[in-house]
Write a protein that binds this ligand. Structure first.
Ligand code: DX5
Ligand code: ZN
Length: 222
């Protein structure tokens, strides 16, 4: 199980050191939540801060940018330039944004690409994109804020994606994001998640290494 601490929960006064602290605590990836105040009701940070995190951790750490923005087609090149390894975009923008072209652009820019599905959106909506993505992100909270409660009914989507992957012979990573800590890791693993995003339960834990470890351990038990 890959654990991706979300920088949204870190101490923004010293984001570079916080990124480094997560890496030293055993983070597999770092998750960067980009919010534009329109697609979600919050504003977090943009490409310059992502580039600063890249500078702080060096080239070897895998950086995963989750774009909760109205115009991923307009902005993804700036996140490529900021050194992101993976960029994921929301399926809810289908119809307003050409998602196929955007995913392809991310790929051609040298990063991996992902598609994200909100709790209220049927998982079937991501099916047309499955053959062209490296990752599917199942939101287990309504995006916008850290520290919300895990919505267990989203596990059904993870099971659907796991079965579908096998049936179609695909190999996308299944990621979950929102309200996840050691208590939720086992059910996520059981449903078929490969990567867990965790903000509050990592950065706000008294001992981040212990929190990450415990998530990996409890996930492995199932
Ligand atoms: C929600 C973000 C999440 C969030 C997770 O909008 O996409 O990545 O930071 O935070 P926790 O783990 O605190 O729910
Ligand atoms: Zn996220």
């Amino acid at each position: 199980m890959l654990i991706a601490p979300s920088m949204l929960a870190c101490d923004f006064r010293r984001i570079g050191e916080e990124a480094q602290r997560a890496v030293e605590a055993g983070a597999d990836w770092l998750h960067l939540d980009v919010m534009d105040g329109s697609f979600v009701d919050n504003i977090s940070f943009g490409p310059d801060i992502c580039a600063a995190v890249r500078k702080s951790v060096g080239p070897a750490v895998f950086l995963d940018a989750h774009l909760m923005i109205d115009a991923p087609d307009r902005y993804y090149p700036r996140f490529l330039k900021a050194g992101m390894d993976l960029i994921s975009i929301h399926v809810e923008r289908e119809g307003k944004v050409d998602l196929h072209t955007t995913l392809q652009g991310i790929r051609e820019g040298g990063a991996k690409c992902g598609i994200v599905v909100n709790p209220a959106t049927p998982v079937e909506r991501v099916v047309p994109y499955l053959a062209e993505v490296d990752l599917v992100l199942v939101m287990s909270v309504v995006p916008g804020f850290g520290g919300q409660s895990f919505m267990a009914d989203t596990l059904e989507k993870v099971r659907f994606l796991k079965d579908g992957r096998e049936r179609a012979g695909l190999n996308y990573i299944i990621q979950m994001d929102g309200g996840i800590g050691p208590a939720q890791a086992p059910v996520c693993a059981q449903a078929g998640a490969d990567c867990l995003v965790a903000g509050s339960s990592t950065f706000r834990a008294p001992d981040m290494a212990a929190a990450i470890n415990s998530m990996k351990k409890t996930a492995a038990q199932d």
